[in-house]
Design a protein around this ligand. Structure first.
Ligand code: AMP
Length: 538
């Protein structure tokens, strides 16, 4: 039985969480501190140990150079993050550390090893980002049975509580991503009609914009700020941002080089400082509605997911667009993980959920580069979609393409993902070199079949129509994707790291918190805390 358990994991930009399906419902597993959310933050301690979660987050302010957060933004990108003086990690490896920590919490809670997981990803994650998430799972010692789109997970958690049929839109604004999904629930079928989003837009961008507006207001150049001051300002802005939502206005007061600067942020100032982001939020909502062929009035319910949907400016904008107040009865931070646990139970074929059918859609169009004309002077390269975005998955489609030159001996099939007419503006996924018999232009043809599965993995099969010869390719070598050798090297590195034992995490988080408070205090208060810290460490 224990072997069958599939852990549901929400691997978030800001926070992560895990849950299991028990007694017909999702149970969120607390971490070593008893918290349901584990910050997606990794740090190197002074003695070289790796810290993950709360203790690492406390060090963001005091030790910004040896702490890293928001690395989900670099998933699937060839980019290493430096932590401390010597250590460099990819976003995949950092995510693997967070997953290892969640896995350890789940194992401590359940009392047996966990081998399988369903991990949620933003619907707008492309192929490379999805593969990086799978790799992270593998590096954490987990078989990733399924990746589930975050809004779909939220809908799954939400939809099952509903008695009646309904059509709803899920708006998921997290720390770094914005996802929109339109779904319909009927007769135990949860059907995704359309998804859209922006994988580089989230609550953190609001902080950045507010910081920029504040520095402009007080006439301080951003580049003149040291890393530690910037991090301190960042956490002040985070607090103030939340207060504006609650009290309509808040005072941002901040010391730079002994001088106190103040800025009162009311809703108008907030909107002015973040107007470009608010505009960007509109477009995925409008696109999803257009793709689903629906008017805002056809939506029965608006469901909010992700911490940043708590912003009052966001809520009023959404209320205006849909002409209704969004639902807030589900905790925006925990809905996704509950849905992931539910999906885990579906995958494991838990009897109580056998009846629920989930249909999902692909978030991107996928196709190949083709040409508009056979005349070389008029020939322009265009993207020819084979699977269009928002098709229900799994999906398999075939399209035929012809040779364009006399005596052509091969066709280069270049595979892309995206929505631009120009192939080079889309994400290049790989290519296949297909030899064809020589002949006049337009004589030889190939049939290109794209099969896209529920995990967002693409298989391309090309058949030369005249000979019947077939070539297949599972998309590999994507940016940031690890091959077997790299995977083994990463595993060795991660296994070799010193990680703080779970039972010492609480103490470490406490001392890190004390250090953070110490750095923000002055005078007698600071001395008093310093003495308490000395006593504690003795
Ligand atoms: P998530 O990735 O879903 O955990 O979302 C985290 C984001 O939500 C961060 O950018 C937070 O700043 C933001 N957030 C959380 N709570 C609030 C709040 N009460 N008001 C505004 N933003 C919030």
């Amino acid at each position: 039985m224990a072997d069958d358990i599939i852990l549901g994991i929400d691997l978030g930009t800001t926070n992560s969480a895990c849950a299991v399906w028990e007694d017909d419902k999702a149970r969120i597993i607390p971490n070593a501190h008893g918290d349901l959310l584990t910050p997606s933050v990794v740090a190197v301690d002074d003695d070289g140990s790796m810290l993950v979660g709360k203790a690492a987050k406390q060090r963001l302010v005091t030790h910004p150079k040896s702490t890293v957060a928001y690395f989900k933004r670099f998933m699937g990108v060839d980019h290493k993050v430096q932590i401390g003086r010597r250590k460099q990690f990819s976003a995949t490896e950092l995510s693997a550390m967070v997953l290892r920590s969640l896995k350890a919490d789940a194992e401590a809670d359940l009392g047996h090893p966990i081998k399988h997981a369903v991990i949620s990803v933003p619907a707008y994650f492309n192929d490379a980002q999805r593969q990086a998430t799978r790799d992270a799972g593998e590096l954490a010692g987990l078989t990733v049975n399924r990746l589930i789109n975050e809004p779909t997970a939220a809908a799954l958690a939400h939809g099952l509580n509903e008695e009646q049929e309904q059509r709803f839109i899920i708006l998921d604004l997290g720390g770094g991503t914005f996802d929109v999904s339109i779904l319909e629930y009927y007769d135990n079928v949860l059907e995704v009609h359309a998804t859209a989003g922006d994988s580089a837009l989230g609550g953190e961008d609001f902080n950045d914009n507010l910081i920029r507006a504040f520095l402009e207001e007080i006439g301080v150049d951003e580049v003149s700020l040291g890393m530690e001051i910037r991090q301190r300002l960042y956490s002040r802005v985070e607090t103030v941002k939340r207060q504006v939502g609650k009290n309509k206005s808040a005072l941002l007061s901040f010391d730079i080089d002994g001088k106190t600067h103040e800025w009162t942020i009311d809703e108008k100032a907030f909107i002015d400082a973040t107007s470009k982001l608010l505009m960007r939020i509109r477009s995925p909502m409008e696109r999803a509605l257009r793709d689903a062929g629906l008017d805002p009035s056809a939506i029965d319910d608006v469901v909010l997911v992700g911490g940043a949907t708590r912003m009052s400016v966001f809520r009023s904008m959404v209320s205006k667009l849909f002409g209704r107040i969004p639902r807030t009865d589900t905790d925006p931070d925990l809905t996704v993980v509950m849905g992931a646990a539910l999906q885990g139970a579906l995958v494991a074929r838990n009897e109580s959920l056998e009846d629920v059918v989930l249909t999902d859609v692909c978030s991107f169009s996928m196709g190949i580069a083709s040409v508009t004309d056979t005349d070389p002077r008029k020939m322009t390269e265009v993207f020819a979609p084979i699977i269009e975005r928002n098709n229900v998955v799994p999906v398999s489609r075939v399209e035929q393409f012809w040779t364009v030159q006399n005596d052509q001996t091969a066709i280069d099939v270049r595979i892309y993902q995206g929505e631009s007419r120009k192939p080079r503006n889309n994400l290049f996924l790989g290519n296949l070199h297909i030899p064809v018999p020589k002949g006049t232009a337009g004589k030889e043809s190939i049939s290109v079949r794209f099969s896209y599965d529920v995990n967002g993995l693409l298989e391309v099969e090309v058949t030369v129509d005249s000979t019947g010869r077939t070539y297949t390719k599972l998309i590999e070598n994507r940016p940031g994707h690890l091959n077997d050798k790299e995977k083994a090297a990463s595993l060795k590195r991660l296994d070799g790291l010193k990680v703080l034992p779970r039972d010492r995490e609480e103490v470490r988080a406490l001392t890190a918190r004390a250090e953070r408070l110490y750095s923000s205090m002055l005078g007698a208060e600071r001395d008093q805390l310093g003495r308490a810290m000395d006593d504690f460490e003795r």
